[in-house]
Design a protein around this ligand. Structure first.
Ligand code: GLY
Length: 363
């Protein structure tokens, strides 16, 4: 068994730490501001179907694997899941084409989605505003990342610094800001997210497009016995490549609120509780980096370094699988080929123009 230092107490670092500890390793997590990065903003969609994109068949296989782990994982951590499924809806005819394209893609990859006309959508979700049509994705669920982070923090040792702590292996899970010499492997893609409080939440996760503007609305489960009839709904998210700090912008808030209120007019009366912006940790090819760090210029590290980074839009969904992959790697040396961080060594040696995958469509 090893002594492992995990850098980063976001959902990925904490999940890795907890899994390693369950397997008998001695683990310290180091983070001066635990749970304050992307996990703090994340809506918590466990959404392999509505997040999959063209060319991502391999990633879909992994997100489906991790989605299958979530019910037992959440139950073990004592965190509720939203299980009613996701309605993917289009406000106008053009938006409906986006829905139909997503459904066709998901079905072509073996996923499940049922197209619904307006009447069927209204029956399923009476709080919907005017939409042209949509689909039910029964396997796209949601959980509250802040509660998951709190549950994981209660199970592992988290300190602000690693002063005087010897370790055999280091795991780097510091989200959108990796330490040197790995910093160049991940960049930030800003996401702005709103938290509302309403006594009229949708039954389903509702996501879709309004005149081309993507939006999702994620209701939290009602707390049994809570005196307040209101529940939190999370409205997200903008997506923007940028170089500055991830601040909330007036335009981002306005676009999110406008689109969400078109899909769910009852949100007009909701209390606006919070607006948050964080960077999604994004690798050059939009795939996570899970496994041994690629060789870097400079001194050879004193201990092996394993990355658990670059999860882009899928950090919450992929947290339990990432934890297993890192723990399996320490046990057997196995690395999931699609996620092997050493692929970036190849990128570094190819034409710089080829380094970045095409930008993702806004989802
Ligand atoms: N997974 C949703 C988002 O990144 O906005």
């Amino acid at each position: 068994m090893a002594r492992v230092l995990v850098r980063g107490a976001g959902i990925v670092g904490l999940a890795v730490a907890e899994e390693l500890q369950r397997r008998g390793h001695v683990v310290l997590v180091v983070d001066p501001a635990p749970g304050s990065g992307a996990s703090h903003a994340a809506a918590g969609m466990l959404a392999p179907g509505s997040e999959v994109w063209w060319g991502e068949e391999g990633l879909l296989a992994l997100t489906l694997r991790s989605a299958a782990l979530w019910p037992a994982y959440a139950a073990r951590l004592g965190v509720p899941l939203h299980r009613a499924g996701t309605l993917l809806v289009g406000h106008d005819r053009g938006d409906l084409q986006d829905v139909e394209r997503q459904v066709a893609l998901l079905r072509s990859l073996g996923g499940t989605a049922t197209l619904l006309d307006r009447a069927a959508l209204r029956r399923a979700e009476p709080s919907l505003g005017r939409v042209a049509g949509g689909a039910l994705l029964p396997d796209d669920r949601a959980g509250d990342p802040r509660r998951v982070v709190a549950a994981l923090r209660a199970r592992v040792r988290v300190e602000p610094a690693a002063t005087g702590w010897d370790h055999d292996v280091a795991v780097v899970a510091t989200g959108a800001r990796l330490p040197p010499p790995h910093a160049h492997l991940v960049r930030g893609v800003r996401g702005e997210v709103l938290r509302l409080r309403t006594d009229d939440p949708p039954r389903h996760v509702v996501r879709g497009w309004v005149a081309g503007e993507p939006v999702y609305v994620v209701p939290r489960p009602r707390e049994p016995g809570a005196p307040d009839p209101g529940v939190e709904v999370v409205v997200g998210a903008t997506s923007e490549e940028h170089d500055g700090p991830p601040v909330v912008t007036a335009g981002g808030v306005a676009r999110l609120l406008e689109a969400a209120r078109v899909l769910l007019p009852g949100l007009d009366r909701a209390e606006l509780v919070e607006a948050t912006a964080r960077d999604r940790p994004t690798s050059a090819d939009h795939l996570p980096l899970v496994g041994p760090a690629p060789p870097a210029d400079g001194p050879v590290p004193a201990v092996p370094v394993v990355l658990a980074a670059g999860h882009f839009r899928h950090g919450v969904l992929l947290a339990p699988l990432t934890a297993r992959l890192v723990a399996d790697h320490l046990a057997t040396g196995h690395v999931e080929p699609l996620l092997d961080p050493r692929r970036t060594d190849h990128h570094a040696r190819t034409d710089p123009e080829e380094r970045h995958a095409p930008p993702h469509r806004q989802r």
